[in-house]
Design a protein around this ligand. Structure first.
Ligand code: GDP
Ligand code: IMO
Ligand code: MG
Length: 423
């Protein structure tokens, strides 16, 4: 069988968790391939709202196996809290959640380094979630990291100490006043590592390739979004992993020719949390209304998300880089009630009109060019079929499909599992 990918096409928080949950019944295996506890994937069903961080969003379905792949960075402390949050659901975690031995561990000192680095940047800070993501991937590529499989080694504690000591020296290099009690953090860390040992570690690339041979289907669940990709995002205001399609191959050990569909998830407007350029950002009442109606507050940090109009220049870029075959439009319900809607179809870049994403999209270089669309006033949240949609929404959807040259297959009209309309 083959692998399908599900990816966020904007700056994250597009609604990936909800859609993975909706799609899980069609797949045998759900696998996370990059990122870590910087992710916050929200699922809502049966009146319950749940936010997942490192655990794949298929975990609530009895029939699926969930895998934390080699490309993920995991923090045992956050992970343990995540497991505690799942206790009431009586999930057989040991058999339904498998962890790659090659996934890298986030140490307490990685979190401290993240904080020190951000504090030292002042106004130029990335707006990191401060979960230690950047420093952990730096140790991975610097070939100094500690992996889940190392927990099984006899000298795990010595390896830990050597790296943590090095990190402490690095922290003191930053000229910032960081208050911390490492002893206490380490106690919590080692207790969480003991709990982690109760779970099943696997050689995930071997497991996944065997599963494919056995005819199993796999859905790879992306975290963050394409514009936060370390190579293709709005560098340096990005995360430290490849959030785009290629990341699923390296983050799981699956060959590119095994990938079939690429589902691209996007909001009917745009949001961003943290620093960095955002050409269609709104600073007026319209943006404030989107934030309020869309409840645009970060699932991880609680920070207000910046809001703006849909940016088709950026989306087209994400569709291209990922090879998107199907689009899923989220949060259409949030746009109800606006008389008119603006859609960015090109940029004025250094005085010239362009329709591709240029190297530098800082506000001084880029001015969005909009096409105006008629809004709609109907409440979409109770609708159950595409036919019920107001004509203006259908026109909005068809316009996007035409511009992006990819069909929109699913339209989400509310946070609940059931509020999902197949076109
Ligand atoms: P993810 O990181 O991509 O999984 O997205 P988040 O969970 O961080 O953010 C998406 C937010 O929007 C969550 O609070 C979801 O419950 C909510 N959500 C998802 N789809 C819809 C939708 O169609 N309409 C509305 N109103 N909310 C939605
Ligand atoms: P999900 O998977 C939205 C942003 C941070 C910051 C930048 C770098 O829920 O869509 P990092 O902690 O990775 O060093 O932060 O990336 N960011 C996200 N924004 N959704 C996410 O994940 C994000 N993960 C990181 O706000 O700007
Ligand atoms: Mg999120």
């Amino acid at each position: 069988m083959t692998v399908d990918l599900l990816l966020g096409l904007q700056w994250g928080d597009e609604g990936k968790g909800k859609i993975v949950d909706v799609l899980t019944s069609k797949y045998d295996i759900i696998a996370r391939f990059q990122g870590g506890p910087n992710a916050g994937h929200t699922l809502e069903f049966d009146g319950i709202k749940h936010v997942l961080r490192t655990i794949p969003s298929g975990i609530f379905h009895e029939s699926s196996v969930n895998i934390i792949g080699n490309g993920v960075v995991m923090d045992p402390v956050v992970f343990q809290k995540e497991l505690e949050g799942l206790e009431k659901f009586n999930i057989d975690i040991k058999s339904r959640l498998l962890i790659s031995r090659k996934a890298h561990l986030i140490l307490p000192t990685h979190r401290l380094l993240d904080a020190a680095s951000e504090a030292s940047k002042g106004k130029a800070k990335i707006g990191s979630t401060l979960k230690g993501i950047g420093p952990t991937y730096m140790d991975k590529t610097g070939r100094n990291g500690i992996r889940v499989g190392d927990i099984e080694l006899e000298d795990f504690k010595e390896r830990y100490r050597a790296l943590a000591d090095k990190h402490e020296a690095m922290i003191s290099f930053y000229d910032v006043n960081l208050q911390y009690d490492l002893k206490e953090m380490e106690q919590e860390f080692f207790a969480a590592v003991e709990a982690l040992k109760e779970l099943t570690f696997i050689d995930s690339e071997a497991y996944l390739n065997q599963a494919l041979k056995d005819g199993k289907s796999i859905l790879a669940e992306g975290a963050q979004g394409s514009l936060l990709d370390i190579d293709f995002g709005t560098y340096p205001f990005v995360t430290s992993s490849n959030t785009t399609a290629a990341g699923a191959c390296t983050g799981l050990g699956i060959a590119p020719n095994r990938v079939k569909d690429v589902f691209g998830i996007f909001k009917a407007y745009t949001t961003r949390v943290g620093s960095g350029p955002f050409p269609t950002e709104l600073f007026d009442e319209v943006g404030a209304t989107m934030a309020k109606v869309g409840n645009e507050f970060g699932s991880v940090t609680g920070r207000a998300r910046r809001c703006g109009w849909l940016d088709l220049v950026a989306l087209k870029y994400a569709v291209q880089v990922n090879g998107v075959t199907q689009l899923y439009m989220m949060k259409g319900d949030v746009l109800s009630g606006f008389e008119t809607l603006q859609v960015c179809t090109a940029y004025k870049y250094k005085g010239q009109e362009i329709d591709h994403l240029p190297y530098n999209i800082e506000p001084e270089n880029v001015e969005p060019i909009y096409v105006e669309k008629k809004g709609w006033n109907a409440d979409l949240t109770g609708m159950t079929s595409y036919e019920e949609f107001p004509a203006e929404l259908k026109e909005y959807i068809e316009f996007i499909e035409k511009e992006l040259e990819v069909p929109i297959k699913v339209i989400s009209v509310g946070p609940d599992r059931t509020q999902t309309i197949i076109k």
